[in-house]
Design a protein around this ligand. Structure first.
Ligand SMILES: Cc1ncc(COP(=O)(O)O)c(C=O)c1O
Length: 400
């Protein structure tokens, strides 16, 4: 339609939102639905954080703030990067946006020209290629399949880089696979990046606190300090502190890039919500001990889900190191017919039949750029996960 922009025509609506909506419609119609399609913690925002927000409202902290965040939050972010990631940054090196997604949006929109290339490992978080297309830039997909534990190898990275590459986006722990890079694995990628000075790196560390089996989270700017001048390290409180609705993301990176992002944000949303910013100060500076107990719960759920899926005929599931997703292969179900009579030719057919026949809502792998898989989010109550796994096993057993 002539009224709509060419830029809008280049992007797709979110597939994960579409599945969640169908599941919600089925639930409203009285079906017993277990929705494991969305990516948000089922825990409540901690009480101390909620109280900090109420105090901010009552103290009248309800006006515009600096575009890139109140000084108190930028200080807290700088301390967080020093404490958890050994990054020697000051408050002036930090920037706050309305969610991690706005950090990514700002960084890409502020730097990409038509035809610029951005390397993204596949499977990817759904929003990366869409934001790039909005900028008329070219996503370049680099394989990070099950064969390499869903991780980008130095060789695959080298092959994907061209003189037009402006960015590499690295997300660890990953949505949709849960794969998390070790410091050594990041060093292998850093060696390639050091040979290509035109490439900036955006590390999406939003699932930092969710690394299991005693593993230690690592981020590129920490592992290879010489890459700091071209690395934007992004993080946020959405997943770590169960604050998805508050919309606070933050980052640290080279000052000229932050200045460019500030110019853009000043002409779009201005500052993130003043109240959410005060809540985020409390989230970052208040007690953090609950994070460990939340992580233990997620680790137990991961173990339950991985074991249950691997016991289902036709499914194969790697054990991810982090986040709250698993990304099993459905290859063993393809070319067959479900108990309800659905022909399963693609991962999308499997997910649709599973939803219609059992009420379990997952997302097909193709939505994340890799067919033959599906994504299950285990950010849901353990009782629901147990029931969902039983239904998936029953569904898989019925496939002929
Ligand atoms: C990999 C990844 N990055 C970024 C985000 C966005 O986070 P925020 O809620 O802070 O915008 C998400 C949310 O699903 C995500 O999965």
């Amino acid at each position: 339609m002539a009224f709509l922009s060419d830029a809008l025509g280049r992007i797709q609506p979110s597939a994960t939102v579409a599945i969640s909506r169908k599941a919600a419609d089925m639930a409203r119609a009285g079906r017993d639905v277990i929705a494991l399609a969305a990516g948000e913690p089922d825990f409540d925002t901690p009480q101390n954080v909620r109280e900090a927000a109420i105090r901010a409202i009552n103290a009248g902290k309800t006006r515009y703030t600096n575009v890139d965040g109140i000084p108190e939050l930028k200080e807290a972010v700088a301390r967080k990067f020093q404490r958890d990631n050994s990054l020697p940054v000051a408050a002036e090196d930090c920037f706050v946006s309305a969610g991690g997604k706005q950090v990514i949006f700002n960084a890409l929109l502020a730097t990409l020209n038509p035809g610029d290339e951005v390397v993204i490992p596949v499977p990817y978080w759904v929003s990366y290629p869409e934001i790039m297309r909005l900028c008329d830039a070219q996503p370049v997909y680099a394989a990070a399949t099950a064969a390499t534990g869903f991780k980008l190898s130095p060789e695959a990275l080298e092959r994907a880089i061209s003189p037009r590459t402006k960015w590499l986006i690295l997300n660890s722990p990953s949505n949709p696979t849960g794969a998390a890079y070790s410091a050594d694995e990041l060093k292998g990628l850093a060696a390639v990046l050091l040979r290509h000075p035109q490439v900036h790196i955006l590390t999406d560390d939003i699932y930092e606190v969710l690394v299991y089996d005693g593993g230690r989270f690592a981020t590129l700017a920490e592992v290879e300090p010489t890459l700091r001048e071209r690395t934007l390290t992004m993080n946020g409180v959405s997943k770590s502190h169960a604050m998805t609705g508050w919309r606070i993301g933050y980052c640290t990176g080279p000052r000229p890039l932050l200045q460019a992002m500030l110019k853009l944000q000043s002409q779009s949303t201005t500052n993130p919500s003043s109240i959410s910013q005060w809540a985020a100060v409390e989230a970052l500076e208040g007690p953090q001990d609950f994070l460990k107990s939340w992580r233990d719960v997620f680790e137990e759920r991961r173990n339950l889900v991985v074991a249950g899926l691997n016991a289902a005929p036709g499914l194969e599931c790697l054990t991810p190191e982090g986040a709250f997703y698993v990304f099993p292969s459905v290859a063993g179900l393809l070319g067959k017919v479900s108990k309800g009579g659905a022909r399963l030719e693609t991962d999308a057919d499997v997910v649709l039949a599973l939803l219609e026949e059992t009420g379990v809502a997952l997302v097909h792998g193709a939505a994340f750029g890799l067919t033959g898989h599906m994504r299950l989010s285990y950010a849901a109550a353990t009782t629901q996960l147990t029931e969902a796994v039983a239904r998936i096993q029953d569904f898989a057993a019925g496939v002929r």
